[in-house]
Design a protein around this ligand. Structure first.
Ligand SMILES: O=C[C@H](O)COP(=O)(O)O
Length: 258
C-alpha cells in the first residue's frame, strides 16, 4: 500500500516573509493529516525559516534543486548536506524547467539523485515529455530514456528513497491537465519499467506523482487511478486554501466505463 504524497513546488515565488506566512497557514491547516505525506519546496533563501515553522508538523521540507558535490569551488551552488542542515528531507531534481532553461541532462539528474540518496534524503525525480514529443509518437521512448538515465546505478535498496514525478511539459502552468487516463497510461508504463529493472516489490512500492495543473477540482479524479500516488503541485500550492484542499482530496473509486 503506497502512502499518497502531495508536494508543493513554490518555484521562484515568495519572499522569506511570504513563504513563512504560507508555511504557517499550511502547518495550521494540516496539523491533523496522517494519511497523506505533505512536502513543500520554497525558494532556497526561505528554507531555513520555513524549516523552523515545519518542525514537529506533518509538513516536510524540500529543496527545488541541489548540486551533486558536497563542497568545494562551485560558485553559486548549494549541496545536499547544506540542504539537510536547514531541515530538508526531500529534494526535487530533473524538473522540466531545469532541463529546459538550464540544460540539465539525464546524466546530471542521475548524478544529483545519487548525491541525494547517498546522504539519506529522498529524491523526487521528475520526467515528462513535451507536446512535440507526444505528438510525434515519442512519448514512451522519451519517458523510458529519462527514467533509465535518472536511475542509473541506483540500487534497489536506495529506491525506497526515490519518488518519481510524471509531469507532461505541456500541462505545466498551462491549465491543461492530462486526463486521468492519459496520466495513468504513463504512470503504468513507468511502473512497468521499474518492474523490469528492480522487480515486483520495488515497482509496487515506488510512488509516482503526477504534476501539471493539479487543482482541488481535479485531484480526486487523478488519485482514483491505480498508479497515481500523489501530485507535484505548482501554481495551486501557492494558496494555502487550495493546497490544503488538494492534500485533503476525497478518495473516490474510479467509475467503470459504461
Ligand atoms: O512542479 C510542479 C509542476 O511544474 C506543475 O506546475 P503547475 O501545477 O503550476 O502546472
Amino acid at each position: 500500500m503506497r502512502k499518497p504524497l502531495i508536494a508543493g513546488n513554490w518555484k521562484l515565488h515568495n519572499t522569506v516573509e511570504q513563504s513563512c506566512q504560507l508555511a504557517q497557514a499550511l502547518v495550521n491547516d494540516l496539523s491533523d493529516v496522517t494519511e497523506t505525506e505533505i512536502v513543500i519546496a520554497p525558494v532556497f533563501t526561505a528554507l531555513s525559516e520555513v524549516g523552523k515553522i515545519c518542525t514537529e508538523s506533518p509538513v516536510q521540507l524540500a529543496a527545488q534543486n541541489c548540486h551533486c558535490m558536497d563542497d568545494g569551488a562551485y560558485t553559486g551552488e548549494v549541496s545536499v548536506p547544506l540542504l539537510a542542515d536547514v531541515g530538508c528531507s526531500h529534494i526535487i531534481v530533473g524538473h522540466s524547467e531545469r532541463r529546459q532553461y538550464f540544460g540539465e541532462t539525464d546524466h546530471f539528474v542521475n548524478v544529483k539523485a545519487r548525491a541525494i540518496l547517498k546522504h539519506g534524503l529522498t529524491a523526487i525525480i521528475c520526467v515528462g515529455e513535451t507536446l512535440e514529443q507526444r505528438e510525434s509518437g515519442e512519448l514512451f521512448e522519451v519517458i523510458a530514456a529519462q527514467i533509465r538515465g535518472a536511475l542509473e546505478e541506483i540500487t534497489a535498496e536506495q529506491m525506497a528513497q526515490v519518488v518519481l514525478a510524471y509531469e507532461p511539459v505541456w500541462a505545466i502552468g498551462t491549465g491543461k491537465t492530462a486526463t486521468s487516463e492519459e496520466a495513468e497510461e504513463v504512470h503504468a508504463y513507468i511502473r512497468g519499467l521499474l518492474h523490469g529493472s528492480f522487480g515486483t516489490d520495488i515497482a509496487s512500492q515506488c510512488r509516482i506523482l503526477y504534476g501539471g495543473s493539479v487543482k482541488p477540482g481535479n485531484i480526486s479524479e487523478l488519485m482514483a487511478e491505480e498508479d497515481i500516488d500523489g501530485a507535484l503541485v505548482g501554481g495551486a500550492s501557492l494558496k494555502a486554501e487550495d493546497f490544503s484542499a488538494i492534500v485533503r482530496f476525497k478518495k473516490s473509486l474510479k467509475m467503470a466505463p459504461h
